[in-house]
Design a protein around this ligand. Structure first.
Ligand code: UDX
Length: 461
């Protein structure tokens, strides 16, 4: 413990993706010597050159601050394992077509750890994984270390496995890391508990110590519960649309109940991103594997999958025929504050409108360079524009697909002047209906009445 307390022990963070890189830099900010390991030579050399490999507010500055001092991006996993005492596993756990998590990257990392165990290691699983993965990691390390032609003797080289699920949200990841609402650690030894307490003590956040599988379940349960809140409010929004009530007020009203809380009750075109859809499917799969009927979560998923189609239907209802209509779409990332378009409902909607023969003019403050690589421009059909005003040119409708705050501040008169029809469909309830209607727009949103009566305000009487 003396080496840990004095921070002489090194940390290796394995996997430099959306979780690994912010985690590594967060640990470097706490004063640890951190090796950032990734198997991609291209990614490692970009990091070594000081380039943040994806957009996350504050990440580039933090990289500059620690690079070459106490953060070292490296490709050699074996050497990193031998040099470090604490190994954070942040490798990808993509999903298979069945919904099951593909744990092959974790298994490969566990094998490499086994073959390079030269002293005590604490292996901390941070990637989102199904319950009992930590036990598999333990078993794999024991098995492969023993299989090294008798050269390794596990009775002399100790190791612990811990589960420390990451709850960071893209766009505010560094804030989540430096000021977490809670830290969950699953451990099965005092040594692992003490090391994790030592690492996280400076953050003075509530620390919940549990068993290994409990910590793993907490991550999946948290993401599934939040997805459930979103699908719930989206169904309420459909009902509000049908009977002329305002879902934002319903969300406010139910969110005032501390048992419900106001967060994650924003109705819209549904949730996306790398975590929610994948983790939800993996949790459903885990329940099925263990004979537990969690069909509630299947509904959460099904409701979410219908959201983009429902929005396209709203666009169709507003424009009648989509073929040859020009549509401006603002926002492509799955949420604001990131350039990540994985499982983005915006991209699904753009794709759907294209297949119906509409011409799309797209804008996003951050996501366009990456998206253009997988979704290339098409002459006269799919145009990436450098501003929302350019996207709106000659458009028959303007869609808000990601709630980037800057879209709230647009000059509506200038936009209206460039469009063929003054029509806005807001898939995120981002805009103030009165503001855009007074600028002469027809405005359609999600679960908010088109001709509002008395809307009311929250005040204490
Ligand atoms: C999520 C979890 O919040 C985080 O704790 C976990 O570590 C990783 O997965 P993230 O994927 O970054 O984080 O995004 P999040 O902010 O949770 O949003 C997910 C999706 O839900 C986005 O598409 C967002 O637009 C949508 N959403 C969120 C809603 O539609 N309504 C809401 O009220 C909140």
């Amino acid at each position: 413990m003396a080496r840990i307390r004095s921070k002489r022990a090194k940390i290796a963070v394995i996997g430099m993706g959306h979780v690994g890189l912010p985690t590594a830099l967060g640990l470097a900010s706490l004063g640890w010597q951190v090796l950032g390991v990734d198997c991609s030579p291209e990614l490692v050399s970009r990091l070594q050159a000081g380039e943040a490999t994806f957009y996350e507010p504050g990440l580039a500055d933090l990289l500059q601050q620690h690079l070459g001092k106490n953060f070292l991006p490296v490709q050699d996993l074996e050497k990193a394992i031998r040099e470090a005492t604490i190994l954070f596993l942040c490798v990808g756990t993509p999903q298979k077509t069945t919904g099951e998590a593909d744990l092959s990257q974790l298994e490969a990392a566990a094998r490499t750890i086994a073959q390079n165990l030269n002293s005590y290691k604490l292996i901390v699983e941070k990637s989102t994984v199904p319950a009992i993965t930590a036990q598999w990691i333990q078993r794999t390390i024991r098995r492969y270390a023993n299989n090294e032609n008798g050269r390794k003797h596990l009775d002399r080289i100790e190791f612990d496995v811990a589960s420390n699920p990451e709850f960071l949200q893209e766009g505010v990841a560094l804030d989540n890391i430096s000021r977490p609402e809670r830290i969950v650690c699953g451990v099965d030894s005092d040594r692992a508990r003490e090391i994790l307490e030592e690492i996280y003590r400076p953050l003075s956040a509530p620390l919940l110590m549990t068993g290994l599988s409990t910590a793993e379940i907490i991550k999946h349960a948290a993401n599934s519960f939040l997805s459930m809140k979103i699908s719930f409010i989206n169904m309420v929004a459909d009902l509000c649309d049908a009977i002329g009530a305002d879902v934002t007020k319903v969300a406010e009203g139910i969110g005032m109940d501390p048992r419900i809380g106001p967060a994650f009750l924003q109705a819209g075109i549904g949730f996306g991103g790398y975590c929610f859809p994948k983790d939800l499917r993996a949790f459903i799969y885990l329940a099925e594997e263990h004979g537990v009927d969690f069909s509630l979560l299947k509904q959460v998923e099904a409701i979410n999958e219908r959201r983009s189609e429902l929005f396209v239907k709203k666009v169709r209802n507003a424009l009648w025929v989509l073929h040859d209509k020009t549509i401006a779409a603002l926002g492509l990332s799955f949420k604001p504050g990131t350039d990540d378009t994985r499982e983005s409902p915006s991209v699904r909607i753009v794709d759907r409108l294209l297949s119906e023969g509409a011409a799309l003019r797209l804008h996003d403050p951050k996501a366009m360079p990456l998206l253009q690589k997988v979704f290339p421009p098409q002459e006269g059909r799919l145009t990436y524009c450098d501003s929302p005003y350019s996207a709106a040119q000659n458009a028959h409708a303007l869609l808000i697909l990601t709630d980037w705050p800057e879209y709230k501040l647009l000059d509506w008169n200038q936009l209206r002047a460039t469009m063929q029809l003054p029509l806005i469909l807001d898939g995120r309830n981002l805009l103030d209906p009165a503001t855009v209607r007074s600028a002469g727009f027809e405005y359609i949103s999600i679960g908010r009445p088109e001709a509002p009566g008395f809307q009311g305000t929250a005040s204490s009487v």
